[in-house]
Design a protein around this ligand. Structure first.
Ligand code: SRM
Ligand code: SF4
Length: 576
């Protein structure tokens, strides 16, 4: 169906469309009344409708939840501020850009920090409304933006940041960047509102958004490019994933994966996390044709009435894998070839120095919880700034919320290392488990958090490490992840140990995912507190060390001995 017809049909016929669909249709391609909202100083907030639209421009309205009650008692409106998420395909930026990013954090945010995310980019928290325009303009000066970092569109495209095999990485990165650029919204709303570009009059019939149309996608959409054996991008948790297939070190194509996602709602069995299905092999040059076909099928088939059922994973479950695949092949005009054999390995980052094939050195720094801030005795933000002032290569953010100082010449290595050490960025022993851990932001900024994650997780991990030491396997990494709610921003349902917030201090404990991210976990204990979680893990670790098979991972062990059942089909098994 041509786009305009589709939009009109959507806007006029179906009374059950979700509110967001009307908002998008009426927004004049994402403009809404954002400009008017920016001009009013009576409130730190935007109107309800614009609060949804600003997401397409890369930011969320938030309030400090630690201060909510106090403000209420004082009869003040919540302390509104904004979180901005940048769009940085594959997580790569230059030292000059980093210096700009750092300066903005210091000058224009109250959090005075940079937060690396689980999708290889960075966020700012605590931006007052009055600073938004300046902040976006300052980002623009560094050739950075936040267009479509959030909203019902294709978001930041992840790509394995491994600079070691530089040629293969470059080829994979080329496609990640293409995927990111090709599916950016085409509306000029961002440039007009934030950068002061001349206003463009849109007439009925103008094809402003050739891929998305007026109503964009039914829901957020996420893509990732993995370079095996690394699966740091957790490719199966994405709506659409491309697993690089190489021959003699050259990229020849991808195994395409689609229908992954983590979000769910406690107690609602119609919602579930899911790992993507393998669709088959595609030639590298056909990557965009397939991506566009998938996007368009989701655009046209996705649920626009119930936002809890609107991700691609539900579209595939509803229509069935075969029907979905046939439609994608029809629209792409190409058939999938049989999936090629590739080995999916580790999801962690390789900390410390490593030498690449091009004789350049790369330094991966562990950033706990992704939070870059000057802490007592650990001036992390200053340290990275000092590195950026002398570094000649690039910075790469990882999907484990870490950062790689990539492309360091032998002669510059000692200087970079000295800065990293003197600023607490290096030198601390990181256990394998901590090195494989991630936690979402949660409190105090996330409006949806039910429990702590980023602020609590480091101490909790220390207790898990103590248990591993007690049972004599601290040298082994377990993929452990924590989120403050079941939306799954740290991909907890793909963790060997997943902790998902239920209420303050209470978590659901999930077990049984594979180490590599190829099998989901399953609920083991519900709504428990720290002491109970640790006592459960203590007992499980004791069994693990005495009953495990050679090289058996913790996740596989919990499934083999029947602690939890394997989740093979998420729709059927996750709650079953
Ligand atoms: Fe997320 C919503 C933070 C990765 C699934 N996510 C949010 C919001 C914006 C809360 C909100 O809607 O008000 C959080 C802002 C918190 C804050 O104060 O910063 C938030 N998500 C994050 C980040 C920053 C977590 C982190 O600690 O790094 C990650 C930013 C990624 C990025 O750079 O783009 C982040 N979110 C994810 C991931 C992981 C991934 O994509 O690999 C997921 C699971 C995968 C998926 O999408 O299914 C994820 N976030 C969600 C969902 C559930 C979506 C669903 O299908 O149900 C929500 C809620 C929603 O969309 O309604 C959400
Ligand atoms: Fe917020 Fe929940 Fe995402 Fe954590 S998982 S950042 S609590 S939405």
């Amino acid at each position: 169906m041509p786009l305009l017809e589709k939009d009109e049909a959507l806007a006029m016929s179906d009374q059950k469309l979700s509110v967001n669909e009307y908002l998008k249709t009426d927004s004049n391609y994402l403009r809404g009344t954002i400009e008017e909202g920016l001009d009013t100083s009576l409130t730190g907030s935007f109107s309800e409708g614009d609060q949804q639209l600003i997401k397409f421009h890369g930011f969320y309205q938030q309030d400090d939840r630690d201060l909510r009650n106090e403000r209420k008692e004082q009869k003040l409106e919540p302390l509104y501020s904004f979180m901005l998420r940048a769009r940085v395909a594959g997580g790569v930026c230059t030292p000059k850009q980093w210096l700009g990013v750092d300066k903005i954090a210091t000058n224009l945010t109250s959090s005075n920090s940079i937060r690396l995310t689980t999708r290889q980019t960075f966020q700012y928290h605590g931006i007052p409304k009055r600073n938004l325009k300046t902040l976006i303009q300052d980002l623009d000066k560094e050739a950075l933006d936040s267009i479509a970092a959030c909203g019902d569109v294709n978001r930041n495209v992840m790509c394995n940041p491994n600079p070691v095999e530089s040629r293969l990485h470059q080829q994979a990165f080329y496609w990640a960047k293409k995927l990111s650029d090709n599916y950016l919204p085409r509306t000029k709303a961002y440039a007009e509102i934030w950068l002061g570009d001349d206003k463009v009059a849109v007439s009925e019939g103008d094809e402003v958004e050739p891929v998305y149309g007026k109503t964009y996608l039914p829901r957020k959409f996420k893509m990732a490019v993995a370079v095996p054996p690394d699966n740091d991008v957790d490719v199966y948790t994405n709506d659409l994933g491309f697993v690089a297939v190489a021959e003699a070190g050259e990229l020849i194509g991808f195994n395409m994966v689609a229908g992954g996602g983590m979000g769910s709602t406690h107690g609602e069995v119609a919602t579930f996390p899911r790992l993507g299905d393998d669709f088959g092999f595609i030639q590298a040059q056909d990557c965009l044709k397939f991506a566009e076909a998938v996007l368009k099928v989701q655009r046209d088939w996705g649920n626009r009435s119930d936002r809890k059922q609107s991700r691609l994973k539900y579209t595939i479950v509803k229509h069935g894998f075969e029907a979905f695949k046939a439609e994608v092949e029809k629209r792409a005009g190409i058939k999938f070839e049989p999936k090629r054999d590739v080995v999916i390995g580790d999801r962690g980052d390789r900390y410390g120095w490593i030498k690449g094939v091009d004789d350049q050195w790369h330094l991966t720094l562990f950033i706990e919880g992704g939070r870059i801030k000057d802490l007592p005795g650990q001036p992390l933000q200053t340290g990275l700034r000092e590195i950026a002032l002398v570094h000649k290569g690039d910075f790469r953010m990882t999907s484990n919320q870490n950062i790689i100082i990539a492309g360091v010449a032998e002669a510059d290595k000692a200087q970079i290392e000295a800065i990293a050490r003197s600023h607490g960025l290096m030198g601390k022993l990181i256990s394998e488990t901590r090195g494989h851990s991630i936690a979402c932001v949660a409190l105090p900024t996330c409006a949806l958090a039910m429990a702590e994650a980023e602020r609590y997780f480091p101490d909790f991990l220390t207790k898990v490490e103590a248990l591993q030491e007690k049972h004599g396997f601290l040298d082994q990494g377990i993929v452990i992840r924590m989120t403050g709610c079941p939306n799954g921003c740290a991909r907890p349902f793909a963790a060997e140990i997943g902790l998902v917030g239920k209420a303050p201090g209470r978590y659901n404990l999930y077990l049984g995912a594979s180490f590599e991210g190829t099998r989901l976990n399953k609920l083991y204990r519900e709504n428990i507190q720290e002491a109970e979680i640790l006592s459960e893990l203590d007992a499980l670790f004791a069994r693990y060390v005495s009953e495990r098979e050679t090289d058996e991972t913790f996740g596989n062990f919990t499934v083999r001995v029947g602690v939890v059942k394997a989740v093979l089909d998420a729709a059927r098994d996750f709650h079953g």
